[in-house]
Design a protein around this ligand. Structure first.
Ligand SMILES: C[S@@+](CC[C@H](N)C(=O)[O-])C[C@H]1O[C@@H](n2cnc3c(N)ncnc32)[C@H](O)[C@@H]1O
Length: 280
C-alpha cells in the first residue's frame, strides 16, 4: 500500500471515529488517527482494498455492515492485559472481599460469582479463578463461577481456548503454574493451557458495556471492570458504573483500573473502600 493509500482523509477518519464512539463508547480523538490507520491496514488488505479510504467507503456500503463492524471493533480495541495485573485487587479479593461476602448474614448460598467485565484474552478472569481455587485448597468452604465478557470477538476466542505462551504467564508464581496450567504435548510449542477444572468454571460471552441492559445475574459478588472505562467519556463512565452496580449483590465489590479511581463520581450508593475498590 502506498503512503497515501495508508492514510485516512479527515472525512473518513471522522466517520470511523464517530461510528466507534457511538457503537462502543471508545473515543478516538485526532491524536489517535495514526494508531487507527495502523490498525486498519491489515483488515483493508484482507479485503483487497486499494487503500484505507476505500475500506471506509466499503464499510458503510457493505451489505453485511454488522459483520464488518465486528471486525472493525476487533481492530480498534486495545486488549492489553496480564495475569495478576494490578495484584493488590487479587490480594484484596482473597483477604477482605471473599471472607466478608461469605460472612454476610443475609447470604443463603456459598457460591461466589465473579465477573470480569472487559475480560480481553481472559487473563483477569483466570487469575481470579486461580486465586479462588487456591483459597478452596487452603480450606475455603465455597464454590465459585467466573464470567468474562468483552466486545471483541478475537480476544474472546483466545479466552475460551485458555492457551497462553510461557512468556504470558510469567507473572504467575511457579507453584500456581504447576497446578493450574498444562504444558503443550508438543514441546516445540512454548504454550500452556489453563487446566480443564478452571476452564469449566469460567465462561466467556460477547457483551457491549454501552448496551442499556446486561444479560448478567444481579447478585454478582465481585466485578472487575478495569482499564476500559478510561476509553469512555465521563457520561458513559457514570452510566456503565451505575449499570454494573445493579448487578452486584448488597455488599458486593467493584474493582476499577488504577487510572480510573474517579469513575464513581455521581454514582449513588457506591462506597470507596480503597482508591480503586468500591462496595455497594
Ligand atoms: C485494555 S483491555 C483491559 C483488560 C483487563 N480488564 C485488564 O485490565 O487487564 C480493555 C478491554 O475492553 C474491551 N472493551 C472496549 N470497549 C468495550 C465495550 N464497549 N464493551 C465491552 N468491552 C469493551 C476491549 O475489547 C479490551 O479487551
Amino acid at each position: 500500500m502506498s503512503e497515501a493509500a495508508a492514510q485516512l482523509s479527515d472525512r473518513h477518519f471522522r466517520s470511523v471515529a464517530e461510528l466507534i464512539e457511538q457503537e462502543v463508547g471508545i473515543r478516538l480523538p485526532a491524536g489517535k488517527r495514526f494508531m487507527l490507520e495502523g490498525r486498519l491496514h491489515k483488515r483493508a488488505r484482507a479485503l483487497d482494498c486499494t487503500g484505507l479510504n476505500e475500506y471506509v467507503e466499503r464499510l458503510f456500503d457493505h451489505a453485511q455492515f454488522e459483520t464488518e463492524l465486528v471486525h472493525l471493533i476487533d481492530c480498534v480495541t486495545t486488549n492489553k492485559t496480564d495475569f495478576f495485573r494490578e495484584p493488590t485487587h487479587f490480594t484484596f479479593m482473597r483477604d477482605v472481599a471473599v471472607p466478608s461476602l461469605l460472612d454476610a448474614r443475609r447470604r443463603r448460598s456459598n457460591g461466589l460469582k465473579v465477573w470480569s467485565a472487559a475480560s480481553s484474552t481472559g487473563m483477569e478472569a483466570y487469575t481470579a479463578a486461580i486465586v479462588l481455587d487456591d483459597m478452596i485448597r487452603s480450606g475455603g468452604r465455597f464454590q465459585f463461577r467466573i464470567l468474562g465478557t468483552d466486545i471483541s470477538t478475537g480476544v474472546l476466542r483466545l479466552a475460551r481456548a485458555g492457551i497462553y505462551t510461557r512468556e504470558m504467564i510469567a507473572p504467575v508464581p511457579p507453584d500456581l503454574v504447576r497446578r493450574y496450567f498444562l504444558a503443550a504435548k508438543d514441546p516445540s510449542r512454548d504454550e500452556v493451557r489453563v487446566v480443564p477444572e478452571l476452564r469449566r468454571l469460567t465462561h466467556f460471552m460477547r457483551m457491549n458495556l454501552m448496551d442499556a441492559t446486561y444479560p448478567v445475574d444481579c447478585d454478582v459478588d465481585i466485578i472487575f471492570c478495569r482499564n476500559v472505562l478510561i476509553y469512555f467519556d465521563k457520561q458513559n463512565q457514570r452510566k456503565v458504573v451505575d449499570r454494573l452496580c445493579h448487578h452486584l449483590r448488597p455488599g458486593g465489590y467493584l474493582m476499577v483500573g488504577h487510572s480510573e479511581s474517579m469513575v464513581h463520581a455521581g454514582v449513588p450508593h457506591l462506597r470507596q473502600v480503597q482508591p480503586t475498590i468500591f462496595q455497594v
